[in-house]
Design a protein around this ligand. Structure first.
Ligand SMILES: NC(=O)c1ccc[n+]([C@@H]2O[C@H](COP(=O)([O-])OP(=O)(O)OC[C@H]3O[C@@H](n4cnc5c(N)ncnc54)[C@H](OP(=O)(O)O)[C@@H]3O)[C@@H](O)[C@H]2O)c1
Length: 304
C-alpha cells in the first residue's frame, strides 16, 4: 500500500526514470525507501512502464487521484516528448483583470498545481506580457522538485533586464526573440538570448519547441498567458491542456484561449477530458495528443 505522503515522491521518481530508461521493453517498478524506482517482477510493483503508453499504476493502493492527473506528464523522454499548456481563468473566461492582475483568480491550490507542473517539466514558457505584468520567478518553491529552464517569448525584445527571472540566478533562463533581432553574444541580464524565425508575424511555436528539444527539454510547460498558450494550441502542438476554472466573474479583462472562430459548433474543438477538484476550483484536463488517458479520474476527484 503506497502511503499518501509518498505519492509525490513516486511521481518525481517516475518522471526521472522515464528519461533514464535505455531500452524499449515493458517493465514494472516499485518505490524504494530512498525515493528511487527499482525494477521488480513481483506483486509489490506499483507502476508499469510501456514505451508506447508510458506509465500506469499497477497495484492496489495506488488509486490516488494525483497519480491519475500527473502520471501522463511523467513519461517524457527523447522520442516521447510532451507539451502541456495551463490557464487559470474566471467563469467568464478571463485570466487576469484588464490591468493585468491575475495572482488570485484561482485559489492557492492551483498555485501548488503550477509548481508541481514546473517540477515535472524541463522548461516553463511564458509570454512577454506575463513577465511585464507579474515579474514572475517561475521557480519550484511550493513542492519538492527541480527548477525548470525558464523561457520567455519576447519577439521584439521589449523586456528590460531588471525583471527577477533575468537577474535572480535561481535557474537558467532563455529569452527567445525574432531571429532578425538576435545576436550571438547578446544577453538579457543573466539570461541567454536565442532567435527563431517569425511565421505569419509570430514566433513559430514549432521552432520554439525544436529549440527546446535540442537543449534536452523533453517535457515543456506553457504556463501563460492566454496569447501564448493559444498560439501553441492553434498550432496543434499541445499534448495536454489544463484549464482551471475559478468560481468568480471578472466581467472583462485579459482573455484566456483565443482561436479562430468555429463557424459551426460541430467544428469547435472538443477533446477527451477528465475533471478534478483543486480546492474551490475545477480543473479540466484535456488530452489533445490522442494518447491513452492514464487512469480514469474517479468521479470528480479532489487532488488538492
Ligand atoms: N491565469 C493564468 O493562468 C495566467 C498565467 C500567466 C499569465 N497570466 C496573466 O495573463 C496576462 C498576460 O497574458 P496575455 O495573453 O496578455 O499575454 P502573454 O501570453 O503573457 O504574452 C503575449 C506576448 O508575448 C509575446 N509572444 C508570446 N508568444 C508569442 C509568439 N508565438 N509569437 C510572438 N510573440 C509571442 C508577444 O509579445 P509582443 O507583445 O512584444 O509582441 C505577445 O504579445 C498577465 O496579466 C498575466 O498576469 C495569467
Amino acid at each position: 500500500m503506497l502511503r499518501s505522503d509518498r505519492v509525490w515522491t513516486l511521481l518525481r521518481a517516475a518522471s526521472r526514470a522515464a528519461r533514464e530508461l535505455r531500452d524499449d521493453a515493458p517493465r514494472a517498478f516499485a518505490l524504494a525507501e530512498d525515493g528511487r524506482l527499482v525494477e521488480t517482477g513481483g506483486t509489490d510493483a506499483q507502476l508499469a512502464w510501456r514505451p508506447d503508453t508510458g506509465w500506469t499504476p499497477c497495484a492496489d493502493g495506488v488509486e490516488d487521484p494525483r497519480l491519475a492527473l500527473y502520471l501522463p506528464l511523467c513519461g517524457a523522454r527523447p522520442g516521447r516528448r510532451l507539451t502541456i499548456g495551463h490557464l487559470g481563468q474566471s467563469l467568464d473566461g478571463f485570466v487576469a483583470t484588464a490591468a493585468g492582475e491575475s495572482r488570485s483568480v484561482n485559489g492557492e491550490e492551483n498555485i501548488v498545481h503550477l509548481h508541481r507542473l514546473r517540477a515535472l517539466c524541463d522548461a516553463v514558457v511564458v509570454g512577454a506580457a506575463t513577465v511585464a505584468a507579474d515579474d514572475p520567478r517561475l521557480t519550484t518553491r511550493l513542492v519538492d522538485g527541480p527548477n525548470p529552464l525558464r523561457v520567455v517569448l519576447d519577439p521584439r525584445r521589449r523586456l528590460a533586464p531588471g525583471h527577477r527571472l533575468f537577474s535572480d540566478g535561481k535557474a537558467p533562463t532563455l529569452v527567445i526573440c525574432d531571429a532578425a533581432r538576435a545576436a550571438a553574444d547578446n544577453r538579457v541580464g543573466q539570461a541567454e538570448l536565442a532567435g527563431v524565425p517569425l511565421r505569419g508575424g509570430l514566433l513559430d511555436p514549432a521552432a520554439v519547441l525544436e529549440l527546446l528539444h535540442r537543449r534536452g527539454c523533453h517535457a515543456v510547460f506553457v504556463e501563460g498567458g492566454g496569447f501564448t498558450v493559444s498560439a501553441f494550441l492553434a498550432a496543434g502542438l499541445l499534448d495536454r491542456l489544463h484549464v482551471t476554472v475559478a468560481p468568480l466573474v471578472i466581467g472583462a479583462g485579459r482573455p484566456g484561449l483565443r482561436l479562430a472562430p468555429a463557424a459551426r459548433l460541430g467544428d469547435a474543438l472538443r477533446a477527451p477530458h477528465r475533471i478534478f477538484r483543486l480546492g474551490n476550483d475545477v480543473l479540466f484536463d484535456f488530452d489533445l495528443g490522442g494518447g491513452a488517458a492514464c487512469g480514469e479520474a474517479p468521479g470528480i476527484a479532489r487532488v488538492l
